[in-house]
Ligand binder design. Structure first.
Ligand code: NAP
Length: 291
Protein backbone atom coordinates (compact mmCIF):
# COMPACT_ATOMS: atom_id res chain seq x y z
CA UNK A 1 0.00 0.00 0.00
CA UNK A 2 1.34 3.38 -1.09
CA UNK A 3 0.81 6.28 1.31
CA UNK A 4 -0.05 9.48 -0.56
CA UNK A 5 2.05 11.80 1.57
CA UNK A 6 0.59 15.30 1.39
CA UNK A 7 3.30 16.77 3.62
CA UNK A 8 6.12 15.61 1.33
CA UNK A 9 4.26 16.48 -1.89
CA UNK A 10 3.27 19.92 -0.68
CA UNK A 11 6.86 20.53 0.50
CA UNK A 12 8.08 19.77 -3.04
CA UNK A 13 5.55 22.23 -4.50
CA UNK A 14 6.48 24.89 -1.95
CA UNK A 15 10.17 24.49 -2.85
CA UNK A 16 9.31 25.04 -6.53
CA UNK A 17 7.30 28.15 -5.63
CA UNK A 18 10.09 29.50 -3.41
CA UNK A 19 12.49 29.15 -6.36
CA UNK A 20 10.08 31.15 -8.57
CA UNK A 21 9.87 33.85 -5.90
CA UNK A 22 13.69 34.03 -5.67
CA UNK A 23 13.80 34.51 -9.45
CA UNK A 24 11.23 37.33 -9.27
CA UNK A 25 13.24 38.97 -6.49
CA UNK A 26 16.55 38.69 -8.33
CA UNK A 27 14.91 40.34 -11.36
CA UNK A 28 13.77 43.21 -9.09
CA UNK A 29 10.11 42.27 -9.59
CA UNK A 30 7.32 42.41 -7.04
CA UNK A 31 6.79 39.25 -4.99
CA UNK A 32 3.27 37.76 -4.78
CA UNK A 33 1.14 39.18 -1.98
CA UNK A 34 -1.74 37.13 -0.51
CA UNK A 35 -4.26 38.62 1.89
CA UNK A 36 -6.69 36.68 4.08
CA UNK A 37 -9.79 38.02 5.82
CA UNK A 38 -10.78 36.26 9.02
CA UNK A 39 -14.12 37.22 10.58
CA UNK A 40 -14.69 36.06 14.17
CA UNK A 41 -12.76 33.82 16.51
CA UNK A 42 -13.56 30.29 15.32
CA UNK A 43 -10.67 28.09 16.51
CA UNK A 44 -10.40 25.87 13.41
CA UNK A 45 -10.60 28.89 11.07
CA UNK A 46 -7.82 30.65 13.00
CA UNK A 47 -5.65 27.53 12.69
CA UNK A 48 -6.28 27.31 8.91
CA UNK A 49 -5.64 31.01 8.30
CA UNK A 50 -2.47 31.03 10.40
CA UNK A 51 -1.18 28.00 8.47
CA UNK A 52 -1.85 29.82 5.17
CA UNK A 53 -0.08 33.00 6.33
CA UNK A 54 2.90 31.00 7.59
CA UNK A 55 3.09 29.07 4.30
CA UNK A 56 3.21 32.41 2.43
CA UNK A 57 6.09 33.63 4.57
CA UNK A 58 7.99 30.37 4.07
CA UNK A 59 7.96 30.63 0.27
CA UNK A 60 8.85 34.35 0.32
CA UNK A 61 5.38 35.79 -0.45
CA UNK A 62 4.12 38.86 1.30
CA UNK A 63 1.00 38.25 3.35
CA UNK A 64 -1.60 40.35 5.12
CA UNK A 65 -4.07 39.02 7.65
CA UNK A 66 -7.17 41.18 8.07
CA UNK A 67 -8.88 40.23 11.34
CA UNK A 68 -12.45 41.41 11.81
CA UNK A 69 -14.65 40.85 14.90
CA UNK A 70 -17.53 38.33 14.81
CA UNK A 71 -20.08 41.16 14.95
CA UNK A 72 -18.72 42.76 11.72
CA UNK A 73 -21.65 43.71 9.49
CA UNK A 74 -22.04 42.37 5.97
CA UNK A 75 -21.63 45.92 4.68
CA UNK A 76 -18.32 46.36 6.52
CA UNK A 77 -17.00 43.07 5.17
CA UNK A 78 -18.06 43.94 1.60
CA UNK A 79 -16.32 47.30 1.95
CA UNK A 80 -13.09 45.60 3.13
CA UNK A 81 -13.30 43.24 0.13
CA UNK A 82 -13.75 46.23 -2.19
CA UNK A 83 -10.60 47.75 -0.66
CA UNK A 84 -8.59 44.58 -1.39
CA UNK A 85 -10.05 44.36 -4.92
CA UNK A 86 -8.78 47.87 -5.60
CA UNK A 87 -5.42 47.57 -3.81
CA UNK A 88 -2.75 47.08 -6.53
CA UNK A 89 -0.33 45.72 -3.95
CA UNK A 90 -2.54 42.65 -3.24
CA UNK A 91 -2.36 39.94 -5.93
CA UNK A 92 -4.95 37.61 -4.46
CA UNK A 93 -7.03 37.17 -1.34
CA UNK A 94 -9.30 34.75 0.45
CA UNK A 95 -12.19 35.17 2.86
CA UNK A 96 -11.96 32.31 5.35
CA UNK A 97 -15.20 30.33 5.59
CA UNK A 98 -17.48 29.71 7.40
CA UNK A 99 -18.63 33.27 8.05
CA UNK A 100 -20.87 34.31 10.97
CA UNK A 101 -24.54 33.44 10.25
CA UNK A 102 -25.66 37.05 9.68
CA UNK A 103 -23.36 37.38 6.63
CA UNK A 104 -24.49 36.03 3.25
CA UNK A 105 -21.61 33.87 1.94
CA UNK A 106 -22.91 34.02 -1.64
CA UNK A 107 -22.79 37.83 -1.62
CA UNK A 108 -19.24 37.69 -0.29
CA UNK A 109 -18.12 35.17 -2.93
CA UNK A 110 -19.57 37.39 -5.67
CA UNK A 111 -17.86 40.50 -4.25
CA UNK A 112 -14.32 39.13 -4.69
CA UNK A 113 -12.78 40.31 -7.99
CA UNK A 114 -12.43 37.15 -10.16
CA UNK A 115 -8.82 38.03 -11.02
CA UNK A 116 -7.93 38.04 -7.28
CA UNK A 117 -10.13 35.05 -6.33
CA UNK A 118 -7.32 32.62 -5.49
CA UNK A 119 -9.81 30.29 -3.77
CA UNK A 120 -11.47 29.83 -7.18
CA UNK A 121 -14.99 30.21 -5.70
CA UNK A 122 -16.32 33.07 -7.87
CA UNK A 123 -18.94 31.88 -10.42
CA UNK A 124 -16.82 33.30 -13.25
CA UNK A 125 -13.89 31.11 -12.20
CA UNK A 126 -16.11 28.08 -11.59
CA UNK A 127 -17.52 28.57 -15.11
CA UNK A 128 -14.03 28.86 -16.59
CA UNK A 129 -12.99 25.68 -14.76
CA UNK A 130 -16.05 23.85 -16.13
CA UNK A 131 -15.16 24.93 -19.66
CA UNK A 132 -11.50 24.00 -19.23
CA UNK A 133 -10.34 27.62 -19.63
CA UNK A 134 -7.33 29.02 -17.70
CA UNK A 135 -8.44 30.07 -14.22
CA UNK A 136 -7.86 29.61 -10.51
CA UNK A 137 -8.84 26.03 -9.67
CA UNK A 138 -10.39 25.59 -6.21
CA UNK A 139 -7.60 24.77 -3.79
CA UNK A 140 -8.72 21.45 -2.29
CA UNK A 141 -9.81 19.66 -5.51
CA UNK A 142 -6.75 21.00 -7.30
CA UNK A 143 -4.58 19.77 -4.42
CA UNK A 144 -6.05 16.29 -4.89
CA UNK A 145 -5.34 16.45 -8.65
CA UNK A 146 -1.72 17.49 -7.93
CA UNK A 147 -1.35 14.64 -5.46
CA UNK A 148 -2.70 12.06 -7.95
CA UNK A 149 -0.50 13.51 -10.70
CA UNK A 150 2.71 13.60 -8.71
CA UNK A 151 2.22 10.03 -7.52
CA UNK A 152 1.48 8.93 -11.12
CA UNK A 153 -1.85 7.44 -10.09
CA UNK A 154 -3.50 6.16 -13.24
CA UNK A 155 -6.89 7.86 -13.66
CA UNK A 156 -7.55 7.55 -17.41
CA UNK A 157 -10.61 5.34 -18.02
CA UNK A 158 -10.89 4.48 -14.32
CA UNK A 159 -14.13 4.42 -12.35
CA UNK A 160 -13.96 7.30 -9.90
CA UNK A 161 -16.56 7.80 -7.18
CA UNK A 162 -16.72 11.16 -5.41
CA UNK A 163 -18.66 11.20 -2.14
CA UNK A 164 -20.09 14.67 -1.38
CA UNK A 165 -21.19 17.36 -3.84
CA UNK A 166 -20.32 20.64 -2.09
CA UNK A 167 -19.46 23.64 -4.23
CA UNK A 168 -15.95 23.85 -2.81
CA UNK A 169 -14.92 20.17 -2.86
CA UNK A 170 -17.13 17.42 -4.32
CA UNK A 171 -18.61 19.12 -7.38
CA UNK A 172 -15.37 20.70 -8.67
CA UNK A 173 -13.58 17.43 -7.86
CA UNK A 174 -16.00 15.55 -10.14
CA UNK A 175 -15.56 18.15 -12.89
CA UNK A 176 -11.75 18.00 -12.74
CA UNK A 177 -11.62 14.19 -12.68
CA UNK A 178 -13.93 13.94 -15.70
CA UNK A 179 -12.09 16.51 -17.85
CA UNK A 180 -9.98 15.32 -20.75
CA UNK A 181 -6.69 15.83 -18.91
CA UNK A 182 -4.18 13.69 -17.09
CA UNK A 183 -4.90 13.24 -14.23
CA UNK A 184 -8.53 13.19 -15.28
CA UNK A 185 -10.30 11.32 -18.08
CA UNK A 186 -11.98 9.18 -15.42
CA UNK A 187 -15.59 7.97 -15.53
CA UNK A 188 -17.00 9.84 -12.57
CA UNK A 189 -19.98 9.11 -10.31
CA UNK A 190 -20.85 12.03 -8.01
CA UNK A 191 -22.70 10.79 -4.92
CA UNK A 192 -24.50 12.66 -2.12
CA UNK A 193 -26.87 12.21 0.81
CA UNK A 194 -29.74 11.05 -1.45
CA UNK A 195 -27.64 8.41 -3.22
CA UNK A 196 -29.09 4.92 -2.83
CA UNK A 197 -26.92 1.83 -2.33
CA UNK A 198 -23.72 3.80 -1.91
CA UNK A 199 -21.79 0.68 -0.91
CA UNK A 200 -22.65 -1.02 -4.22
CA UNK A 201 -21.33 2.05 -6.04
CA UNK A 202 -18.11 2.42 -4.05
CA UNK A 203 -17.36 -1.29 -4.46
CA UNK A 204 -17.14 -0.67 -8.23
CA UNK A 205 -14.70 2.22 -7.81
CA UNK A 206 -11.04 2.21 -8.80
CA UNK A 207 -10.65 5.63 -7.16
CA UNK A 208 -12.76 6.98 -4.28
CA UNK A 209 -12.53 10.63 -3.24
CA UNK A 210 -14.30 11.10 0.08
CA UNK A 211 -15.58 14.56 1.08
CA UNK A 212 -18.81 14.30 3.04
CA UNK A 213 -17.74 15.55 6.46
CA UNK A 214 -18.54 12.43 8.54
CA UNK A 215 -15.72 10.91 10.61
CA UNK A 216 -14.67 7.35 9.66
CA UNK A 217 -17.63 7.04 7.21
CA UNK A 218 -15.94 4.96 4.48
CA UNK A 219 -15.13 1.53 5.89
CA UNK A 220 -13.13 -1.39 4.53
CA UNK A 221 -16.23 -3.33 3.44
CA UNK A 222 -17.17 -0.46 1.07
CA UNK A 223 -13.88 -0.61 -0.84
CA UNK A 224 -12.64 -3.10 -3.42
CA UNK A 225 -9.17 -4.61 -3.24
CA UNK A 226 -6.57 -2.41 -4.97
CA UNK A 227 -8.59 0.84 -4.93
CA UNK A 228 -7.06 4.29 -4.53
CA UNK A 229 -8.69 6.30 -1.72
CA UNK A 230 -8.30 10.03 -1.14
CA UNK A 231 -9.64 11.33 2.17
CA UNK A 232 -10.61 15.00 2.14
CA UNK A 233 -12.44 15.00 5.47
CA UNK A 234 -10.95 16.46 8.60
CA UNK A 235 -12.39 16.23 12.12
CA UNK A 236 -11.22 16.80 15.67
CA UNK A 237 -12.11 13.79 17.82
CA UNK A 238 -11.77 13.96 21.60
CA UNK A 239 -8.82 11.88 22.77
CA UNK A 240 -7.77 12.08 26.41
CA UNK A 241 -4.48 10.33 25.63
CA UNK A 242 -3.34 13.36 23.57
CA UNK A 243 -1.84 16.47 25.14
CA UNK A 244 -4.19 18.64 23.08
CA UNK A 245 -7.20 16.56 24.18
CA UNK A 246 -8.07 15.66 20.57
CA UNK A 247 -6.81 13.87 17.48
CA UNK A 248 -7.53 14.43 13.82
CA UNK A 249 -9.41 11.87 11.73
CA UNK A 250 -10.80 11.91 8.21
CA UNK A 251 -13.96 10.68 6.51
CA UNK A 252 -12.24 7.33 5.96
CA UNK A 253 -11.78 4.61 8.57
CA UNK A 254 -8.08 4.30 7.83
CA UNK A 255 -7.51 1.08 9.81
CA UNK A 256 -10.02 -0.97 7.80
CA UNK A 257 -9.65 0.76 4.41
CA UNK A 258 -5.86 1.08 4.10
CA UNK A 259 -5.13 -2.69 4.00
CA UNK A 260 -7.33 -3.00 0.88
CA UNK A 261 -5.85 -0.03 -0.97
CA UNK A 262 -3.22 0.30 -3.66
CA UNK A 263 -2.80 3.88 -2.39
CA UNK A 264 -4.43 6.03 0.27
CA UNK A 265 -4.01 9.55 1.67
CA UNK A 266 -3.81 9.81 5.46
CA UNK A 267 -5.38 12.38 7.83
CA UNK A 268 -3.55 14.39 8.98
CA UNK A 269 -0.78 14.82 6.40
CA UNK A 270 -2.81 14.13 3.25
CA UNK A 271 -5.11 16.54 1.45
CA UNK A 272 -4.82 19.33 4.08
CA UNK A 273 -1.23 20.37 3.20
CA UNK A 274 -2.05 19.99 -0.52
CA UNK A 275 -4.84 22.57 -0.16
CA UNK A 276 -2.36 25.13 1.16
CA UNK A 277 0.15 24.35 -1.60
CA UNK A 278 -2.62 24.90 -4.18
CA UNK A 279 -3.49 28.26 -2.69
CA UNK A 280 0.16 29.31 -3.04
CA UNK A 281 0.18 28.09 -6.67
CA UNK A 282 -2.93 30.17 -7.36
CA UNK A 283 -1.38 33.27 -5.80
CA UNK A 284 1.70 32.90 -7.98
CA UNK A 285 -0.61 32.39 -10.96
CA UNK A 286 -2.46 35.62 -10.04
CA UNK A 287 0.76 37.56 -10.60
CA UNK A 288 1.44 35.87 -13.94
CA UNK A 289 -2.15 36.23 -15.14
CA UNK A 290 -2.13 39.94 -14.28
CA UNK A 291 0.88 40.42 -16.51
P1 NAP B 1 -20.34 19.93 3.03
O1 NAP B 1 -20.49 21.27 2.39
O2 NAP B 1 -20.97 19.68 4.35
O3 NAP B 1 -20.88 18.84 1.99
C1 NAP B 1 -21.02 17.51 2.34
C2 NAP B 1 -21.53 16.72 1.16
O4 NAP B 1 -21.57 15.36 1.56
C3 NAP B 1 -22.93 17.11 0.70
O5 NAP B 1 -22.97 17.15 -0.70
C4 NAP B 1 -23.80 16.00 1.25
O6 NAP B 1 -24.91 15.69 0.42
C5 NAP B 1 -22.84 14.82 1.21
N1 NAP B 1 -23.24 13.80 2.18
C6 NAP B 1 -23.63 13.94 3.46
N2 NAP B 1 -23.94 12.76 3.99
C7 NAP B 1 -23.76 11.84 3.03
C8 NAP B 1 -23.92 10.44 2.98
N3 NAP B 1 -24.33 9.72 4.04
N4 NAP B 1 -23.60 9.79 1.83
C9 NAP B 1 -23.17 10.47 0.74
N5 NAP B 1 -23.01 11.81 0.74
C10 NAP B 1 -23.29 12.48 1.87
O7 NAP B 1 -18.81 19.54 3.21
P2 NAP B 1 -17.45 20.07 2.48
O8 NAP B 1 -17.26 21.51 2.75
O9 NAP B 1 -17.39 19.57 1.08
O10 NAP B 1 -16.37 19.28 3.34
C11 NAP B 1 -16.33 17.86 3.42
C12 NAP B 1 -15.24 17.45 4.37
O11 NAP B 1 -14.00 17.88 3.85
C13 NAP B 1 -15.34 18.06 5.77
O12 NAP B 1 -14.85 17.12 6.71
C14 NAP B 1 -14.40 19.24 5.70
O13 NAP B 1 -13.87 19.59 6.97
C15 NAP B 1 -13.32 18.69 4.81
N6 NAP B 1 -12.53 19.70 4.08
C16 NAP B 1 -11.20 19.54 4.12
C17 NAP B 1 -10.38 20.39 3.41
C18 NAP B 1 -8.91 20.18 3.44
O14 NAP B 1 -8.17 21.06 3.07
N7 NAP B 1 -8.47 18.99 3.84
C19 NAP B 1 -10.94 21.45 2.67
C20 NAP B 1 -12.34 21.58 2.64
C21 NAP B 1 -13.13 20.67 3.35
P3 NAP B 1 -26.12 16.72 0.14
O15 NAP B 1 -25.59 17.67 -0.90
O16 NAP B 1 -27.20 15.86 -0.38
O17 NAP B 1 -26.42 17.40 1.45
Amino acid sequence: MLLLDGNATSAAIRTEIAEEVSKLKSQGKKVPHLAAILVGEDGASQTYVNAKVKACENVGFESTLVRMPAETSEEELLSTIKGLNENPNIDGFIVQLPLPKHIDEDKVTLAVAPQKDVDGFHPENVGRMSLGLPTFLPATPNGVMEMLGRYNIETVGKNCVVIGRSNIVGTPMAILMSRGTNPGNATVTLTHSRTKNLKEITLQADIIIVALGKPNFLTGEMVKQGAVVVDVGIHRIEDASKKSGFRLVGDVEFETVAPKCAAISPVPGGVGPMTIASLLQNTLKAVTMRK
